[in-house]
Design a protein around this ligand. Structure first.
Ligand SMILES: NC(=O)c1ccc[n+]([C@@H]2O[C@H](COP(=O)([O-])OP(=O)(O)OC[C@H]3O[C@@H](n4cnc5c(N)ncnc54)[C@H](O)[C@@H]3O)[C@@H](O)[C@H]2O)c1
Length: 302
């Protein structure tokens, strides 16, 4: 797919971050949009921003539809895909972008948290792919874009739930791409691996209490430290993703951090883990030092 003008794209997680930036960039290119998010207010804001970014073509306004849903809800996703095909009369692209983050040890992990992240990050991608595939195939020219992560390339302590879902998205999407190649049906697929991107994901992440004292000083410091790794803007990430679709890439890496992680995981496929543990030990010592300093300050105040 070399250009997006007059195409129809469905985007999940369109209310914030990369989903919002994809919507704005696609609208700017004259692509009609079906936007979904679980957050109604931020979804409406994105629709407005996208409409404002759309080229002013007299007589052919851009059609932007919205749907509030939870991507983990299979029936809702199937219904949204049918609704999108009916409203827009075709669907060319789906960006299975919605995602959440969880920080927890495996030992202390609550099954509810694990089921939550698997529901959104993995099942959400499966539902979006399966619900939209028949319509995208019927359009004759389309693309499925599934968002994994740099954590779909390498693992880290405290991130097992996120790692499991993002490795799963990678396996699922690479297999999907191979099946589509065999079918020669005009539809392709790309797996996206962003590094740290400036979005709302850190502040909306769940940090389990078991991480405090293990690798983190407290919940907010964990979220703030997570954000220190965000080196690429959401707009730049959206640009790289759309460029990857144009070039029909199998894998899109976003940011120099993602490229470095990819290189490390390929160069030291098992030994990289020892390096990650060394870095995590450093984080743990730092968190402990900060906690001691905070306790001293509190002590002086008392
Ligand atoms: N930001 C990063 O550094 C980074 C790095 C690697 C991968 N990713 C992945 O990129 C994708 C986009 O995340 P982002 O960074 O833009 O985060 P974000 O938090 O800014 O945006 C995510 C959007 O998804 C929506 N959402 C969450 N759960 C949902 C659900 N159950 N149903 C429908 N919508 C839901 C949220 O309301 C939000 O609008 C995610 O899959 C994330 O895992 C992000």
């Amino acid at each position: 797919m070399k250009n997006f003008t007059d195409r129809v794209a469905a985007i999940t997680g369109a209310g914030s971050g990369m989903g919002r930036s994809l919507a704005i960039r696609l609208a700017r290119e004259g692509c009609h949009l079906a936007l979904a998010d679980r957050n109604a207010a931020s979804l409406a804001d994105t629709a407005q921003l996208a409409q404002a970014a759309a080229p002013q073509i007299v007589g052919a306004p851009l059609l932007i539809t919205t749907r509030v849903l939870d991507v983990a809800d299979r029936a809702a996703m199937v219904d949204w895909a049918a609704e999108t095909a009916a409203q827009h009369r075709r669907v060319n692209l789906v960006f299975n972008n919605a995602g959440v983050a969880l920080s927890s040890t495996i030992e202390g992990m609550d099954y509810t948290d694990l089921e939550w992240i698997v529901g959104v990050n993995f099942w959400g991608v499966v539902h979006g792919t399966k619900a939209f595939l028949p319509y995208i195939k019927a359009s004759g020219a389309g693309h499925i874009v599934n968002t994994s992560s740099v954590f779909g390339l390498f693992a880290q302590p405290g991130m097992s739930g996120y790692n499991a879902t993002k490795f799963a998205v990678r396996g699922f999407t690479e297999s999907l791409r191979q099946e589509l190649d065999l079918m020669k049906c005009g539809v392709s697929a790309t797996c996206v691996h962003p590094g740290g991107i400036h979005t709302g994901i850190a502040q909306s992440s769940r940090i389990a209490p078991n991480m405090v004292g293990f690798m983190l000083e407290n919940e907010q410091q964990g979220k703030d430290d997570f954000e220190k790794f965000f080196i690429t803007t959401a707009d730049e990430a959206a640009r790289v993703i759309l460029d990857g679709v144009r070039k029909n890439k199998r894998r899109v890496l976003i940011g120099r951090d993602a490229r470095a992680a990819d290189w490390l995981a390929r160069t030291l496929p098992a030994a990289y883990q020892a390096l990650v543990v060394m870095q995590a030990r450093r984080m743990k010592r730092l968190a402990e030092k900060r906690a001691r300093r905070a306790a001293q300050i509190d002590g002086r105040r008392v």
